[in-house]
Structures are given as structure tokens and as C-alpha cells.
Design a protein around this ligand. Structure first.
Ligand SMILES: Cc1cc2nc3c(=O)[nH]c(=O)nc-3n(C[C@H](O)[C@H](O)[C@H](O)COP(=O)(O)O)c2cc1C
Length: 174
């Protein structure tokens, strides 16, 4: 898909059929592998692809943390790709959270081309980090902290081409 069309079709999807092919998932993960990482320190970021019962646990943990156990902050998506980064290493400077965000957005954009819905997830990751026992189930390498995630999966939502809305303030200093 041409990039201009890709950006116009991008939107957060919060309704999923529950299906996800391995091929589509692979193309989403490939986009992360092609993403830039500050100072080229690719070893400072880590992906965890979650498709089993842990997905439901993370969803329920977030629902409870948000004060509504019936709420599903992962929206029934069949897959959460969690992006973790090594925090606290002075050599990584101020880039770890930015690296994580860039990887997540690359995957979200790749999802459109793979005919998948996606949504960036920060809220449920904050709730996850407040539950060390749940974080332990991720078996992350030492020093890595979940920063954000992206849910992906097939959806019945239509990805219509949207008009550009000038919602963000822009100053020109010329
Ligand atoms: C840093 C960041 C964190 C976000 N976290 C969440 C989240 O936890 N849950 C959610 O449903 N959407 C989340 N979103 C999606 C935004 O709510 C969404 O992008 C915004 O409302 C605009 O809608 P659109 O993406 O459909 O254009 C997040 C987006 C960004 C950029």
C-alpha cells in the first residue's frame, strides 16, 4: 500500500474476530525488526508475543486496575506484542521509551498492510507493571521493563481512508 494511503487508513481498532494467521503476524514482527533503534543498540529492546492464557491474565489485570473487572482493555485481540526496554543503563540515555514507541508504531502500521486491526496499548502495560507477579511470567531478560505494546488481529472494522484533520498544534518558525 502506498504510504499516504496507509497513514490515512490507520486507526485504533478495538474489536477483533479472534483470528490471526502466522503469516500476518510474521509481517508485523518484520516491521519491528526493520525499525530504527537509538544508537543502534538493538540489544536494548525486547519483544514478547503473547497469544496464550497470559493474554487473558494481562487483560483481566488491567480491567481490575481500571476499576471495572468487566472491561477488556485488550479488546479480545488474539495477540499482544509487548515491547520491553532495558531501563536504567546510562549508555541508553533518554531513548528507551522512544525506542519502544517507535517499534510499536511500526508494527501498528504494518498491521494495516497485513489486513489486520491494531491498537497501541499503554494503559494495560502500566497496570501490568504494577503487578510484579504477572511481570515475572514474561520471563524477560534482566533489567528489561515492559514499556508499551500493540494488539493485533483480524477485525470486521473497516479501515476507511480518512481526511487529514488538523488536530495537532503546529508552529512554524521561519
Ligand atoms: C502513546 C499512546 C498510548 C495509547 N494507549 C492506548 C491504550 O492503552 N488503549 C487504547 O485503547 N488506545 C491507546 N492508544 C490509542 C489512542 O487512544 C488513539 O490513537 C487516539 O484516540 C486517536 O485515535 P486513532 O488512533 O483511531 O486515530 C494509545 C495511543 C498512543 C499514541
Amino acid at each position: 500500500m502506498e504510504s499516504n494511503e496507509l497513514f490515512r487508513r490507520r486507526k485504533s481498532v478495538r474489536s477483533y474476530t479472534g483470528k490471526l494467521s502466522q503469516t500476518a503476524l510474521r509481517s508485523v514482527l518484520d516491521a519491528a525488526q526493520l525499525s530504527p533503534v537509538g544508537m543502534g543498540r538493538f540489544e536494548s529492546v525486547h519483544l514478547t508475543v503473547i497469544q496464550n492464557a497470559l493474554l487473558d491474565e494481562i487483560d483481566r489485570n488491567a480491567g481490575a486496575a481500571f476499576g471495572d473487572a468487566g472491561k477488556h482493555p485488550l479488546y479480545g485481540a488474539p495477540c499482544l506484542i509487548l515491547v520491553s526496554a532495558k531501563l536504567g543503563d546510562p549508555a541508553n540515555g533518554n531513548v528507551p521509551y522512544s525506542n519502544a514507541a517507535i517499534l510499536a508504531e511500526s508494527m501498528a502500521l504494518a498491521a494495516i498492510d497485513a489486513n489486520l486491526g491494531s491498537c497501541l496499548i499503554w494503559g494495560a502495560v502500566r497496570a501490568l507493571n504494577a503487578n510484579p507477579a504477572l511481570v515475572a511470567k514474561l520471563n524477560l531478560p534482566d533489567g528489561f521493563v515492559p514499556c508499551c505494546g500493540v494488539i493485533v488481529g483480524e477485525t470486521s472494522d473497516k479501515m476507511e481512508v480518512r481526511e487529514v484533520r488538523n488536530r495537532i498544534a503546529v508552529d512554524y518558525i521561519i
